[in-house]
Design a binder for this molecule. Sequence first.
Ligand code: N01
Length: 544
Amino acid sequence: MSAAQSNGVRQKGAIEELDALIVGAGFAGLYQLRRLREKGFSVQLFEAGADVGGVWYWNCYPGARVDTHVPLYEYSSEELWRDWNWSERFPSWEELRRYFHYVDKKLDLSRDIRFNTRVSAATYDDDRKQWVIETQDGRVVRARFFILCTGFAAKHYMPDIEGLEQFAGEWHHTGLWPQEGVDLAGKRVGVIGTGASGVQVVQEASREAAHLTVFQRTPVIALAMQQRKFDEESQRQMKVGYPEIFRKRRETFGGFEFGPIEKSALEISSEERHAIYEELWAKGGFHFWFGTFSDVLTNEDANRTAYDFWRDKTRARINDPALAEKLAPTDPPHPFGVKRASLEQWYYDAFNQDNVSLVDLHETPIEKITAKGVQTSDEEHELDVLVMATGFDAVTGGLTQIDIHGTQGATLKQAWANGARTHLGLASTGFPNMLFLYGPQSPAGFCNGPTCAELQGDWVIACLEYMRAHGLTRIEATASAEDAWGKHVSELAEMTLFPRANSWYMGANIPGKPRQLLNYPGLPSYLERCNESATKAYEGFVLN
Ligand code: N01
């Protein structure tokens, strides 16, 4: 593309033509929009929601807040953090939305975003080396590059439970929560699911509902959040350290400013180990997960020491021993930390309240939903509001729900029917000029979102600039690179305990979804491989 061509939106007939069409106005999409615009590409962003924020637009259920501490969960550019102050260490969805509005205004992003515009289909036109992209409301655009920033949680998961349509009360999935909110005060509330969303909604509902019934299948291993309030002065002092924190986040496993302790949990005395676990616990957040001994996520015996510490801490807060056994069992339901850790503040304490009860679905499974509530094998639980905190068809679902037709006859959904196949977690054979951020086989769910949005994002921008500078108009991952990448990710998975749980990390939360580790474990080695490909003229891709 020439400089003249790449400056501004072009019209050809009635169809708009762009250098790049971005899907999704979360961290990754907004970063792409900003940077590509700065580089002189003609670019637009389509967003299904009515506002910026990505997951923070859709997941506005009571108690939703980020579980990554300030300042990691924001853009690293000083222009954006200098005048922005957070009020809490783990901000709420409301504050995150205010942050997104701040960024939007500061960078004037919305002028190139079409809201309420869901991309429904895309077909590659190999003659013109363009994607023809269609939206649900009938728009069509052509774009050289199709950049999918749909995040890991764009497709919510509703289990197939009989009778939901008969329920006379209100029901909502946490990932599609009504923007106007739902009043839980004085109501009989049921929550199905005890992942991160379930934990957060349970905490809030326990304080408002007349009665709260929590339907638990697998007990969550929730860690202490250690929330704190900030004032302007504490934020001012913290900002002195921001540049160093943002530098470090590119160097650690999960894109945080800390990594694991480089020793085994088993090489020290139990007293020393306990003291270290106490320290990590007091720091709160993900320190007990990603800042722990280096073998906790790879060695079963080391892992068990972490589980036992967590179990004892947790049980000490639950008054009824039978309930304590259900919420924090003597033996782990799966290794610690191989399902994504959740953070809690008063989740376990809530179960000591008279208005909160737990239903163990292993003992009494759900049979159906009735007009009055949830019928388990022993009882009909009457409810006014039912919350489905049942998670997402994570990582791949947001991509495969778009009807994407590449060059080999198959849709993306068909091409990935036996498991996602990618090179560097960024592109897939048969789908030229389509790049996805936070996608399968990239660090995605293991990595702090904004870290990944910037680092993967920079790779994509550099690649498009390289192509423009060399007069290239088509990039496609090779099948052999894709095979090698899939093998590499599988080998890494086998070195960890992640395959040992039925988690969304493994695609195992969705019936029939192929089992594979969907996230690349280890940001630094991932970046090394991406950079290696770039420095070798994009090895693993064919460019022409
Ligand atoms: O979803 P999940 P989530 N009958 O898949 C249960 C991020 N997030 O929305 O474990 C009964 O973790 C299921 O049970 P089981 C974060 O990355 C972040 O909570 O499969 N129960 C599980 O308990 C997180 O990991 C924040 O046995 C059923 C629950 O539903 C990711 O989003 C906040 C069921 C689903 O848990 C997803 O979290 C929220 C059935 N048929 C989310 N089917 C932050 O704080 C499923 N379940 C930033």
